[in-house]
Design a protein around this ligand. Structure first.
Ligand SMILES: Cc1cc2nc3c(=O)[nH]c(=O)nc-3n(C[C@H](O)[C@H](O)[C@H](O)COP(=O)(O)OP(=O)(O)OC[C@H]3O[C@@H](n4cnc5c(N)ncnc54)[C@H](O)[C@@H]3O)c2cc1C
Length: 374
């Protein structure tokens, strides 16, 4: 599957978009929207066909991420983390991979990544948490992960830790119901109000070699070879969707808003210029994301730089376009009477999600100069 078929697109439009304002207002986890995606087979988008999925790559995620993110950013974020989780399990492999992939494709489990930590912040690829052997020789993880999207709702958490023998990083599949797991707080952040990005506390959580995703000590390669391209393309696509949704709402408002003399907002030349600028920005971002995804799918050596640049461009496009859309709509744009203020809040987090745009600019510069990344 490389694209949303008609039925899936209709499900997104009719069910997900219809609940987006309520998800935002009530800050509720978008379980029904994820179920709607599951009914259309989209929870298996990045699961290989032999494990019951659609076998989609970066281009498929770019297309679906834009559609879902434009309909509801909270659903876009949770869907994105699920799709990245599935791609990571498929790319890394391991004794549990086949069973986990089938459950992710069926929507029996929602997947997510527990990588970030307070101590390492934007440098999510260098965790401080370590898996350690207890007195009985069992592997256990203790500590705190931060900003875990779908926290408390997901059934599978990929936890990135330092290896027990100090030989690199390991990624473990931890079940949502595992003993020793707790989730703290609720997502109070600006935008993506239903994404449930919360702290995950692990208290001696037992894992085994069977739970490992990927080769022992090779978690770092998994992060850069699989997690990064899928996450960056997916997040960029969700942000293109947010920008396009703000564009559609502002254009519609400009056409409908009329004054006492019968003229419309769309007839004001500065508004026309603003609409043109928005269109240009959205088109540029979409093309960059789709081009980067195609390069990644083709295994092009220039794909990494293109993918990093696409994330920077798309998240900054969403941030700028939603502000311009708000200004087009004036005071009404600042109220929930129009969806613009929601889109504006939803577009705030993209630039600071790791790898943050600041970090990516360094990495792009290093890659262009032939220096090792990171
Ligand atoms: C809505 C949301 C959902 C998220 N979901 C997940 C998830 O599911 N799983 C997960 O693991 N994490 C998730 N995260 C975490 C996210 O990816 C980042 O790890 C986190 O936002 C880092 O925040 P911080 O405040 O610790 O950043 P800090 O490390 O304090 O960085 C602050 C600023 O300094 C800049 N900076 C720091 N160091 C450098 C440097 N060396 N070069 C250039 N600039 C630098 C950064 O770019 C950033 O702008 C999520 C975050 C958000 C907001």
């Amino acid at each position: 599957m490389t694209a949303l078929d008609e039925r899936a697109a209709a499900a997104v439009r009719d069910r997900i978009a219809a609940t987006a304002a309520a998800v935002d207002r009530e800050r509720s986890f978008p379980a029904a929207s994820l179920a709607a995606l599951g009914e259309q087979g989209l929870l298996g988008l990045t699961v290989p066909a032999e494990h019951g999925g659609a076998g989609g790559g970066l281009s498929a995620l770019a297309e679906a991420g834009e559609t879902v993110g434009g309909a509801c950013a909270s659903t876009g974020m949770t869907f994105l983390m699920h799709a990245v989780t599935a791609a990571t399990v498929a790319g890394g492999g391991g004794p549990r991979a086949a069973a986990l992939l089938r459950e992710l494709a069926d929507g029996e489990r929602i997947g997510t990544l527990a990588f970030s930590e307070r101590g390492t912040g934007a440098h999510f690829h260098a965790p401080e948490l370590r898996v350690e052997r207890d007195g009985d020789g069992r592997l256990r993880i203790s500590g705190r992960k931060s900003f875990v999207t779908s926290g408390g709702h997901a059934g599978l958490y990929l936890v990135l830790v330092q290896s027990d023998d100090g030989g690199g990083l390991d990624c473990y599949a931890v079940d949502g119901g595992a003993d020793g797991i707790a989730f703290e707080g609720s997502w109070e952040g600006i935008g993506m109000a239903g994404n449930s990005s919360v702290a995950m506390v692990l208290d001696g959580v037992a894992v085994s070699e069977e739970d490992r995703i990927g080769v022992h000590g090779a978690g770092g390669a998994l992060v850069f070879d699989v997690v990064a391209p899928f996450f960056l393309v997916g997040l960029a696509a969700v942000n293109v969707g947010i920008a396009a949704a703000a564009q559609a709402a502002a254009t519609e408002h400009a056409k409908r808003r009329s004054y006492a003399d019968g003229s419309t907002l769309a007839e004001v030349q500065s508004i026309q210029h603003a609409l043109a600028d928005i269109d240009l920005t959205v088109r540029q971002a979409r093309l960059l994301v789709r081009d980067a995804a195609a390069l990644g799918d083709a295994g092009d050596p220039g794909a990494l730089v293109a993918i990093m640049a696409a994330k920077v461009a798309a998240t900054e496009a969403a941030r700028d376009v939603t502000q311009q859309a708000l200004e087009i709509c004036g005071g009404q744009g600042c109220t929930p009477a129009l969806p613009i203020e929601r889109h504006l809040r939803d577009a705030r987090a993209g630039a600071v999600m790791a790898p943050t745009n600041g970090v990516l600019r360094s990495w792009i510069g290093k890659a262009l100069a032939g220096l090792p990344v990171p």
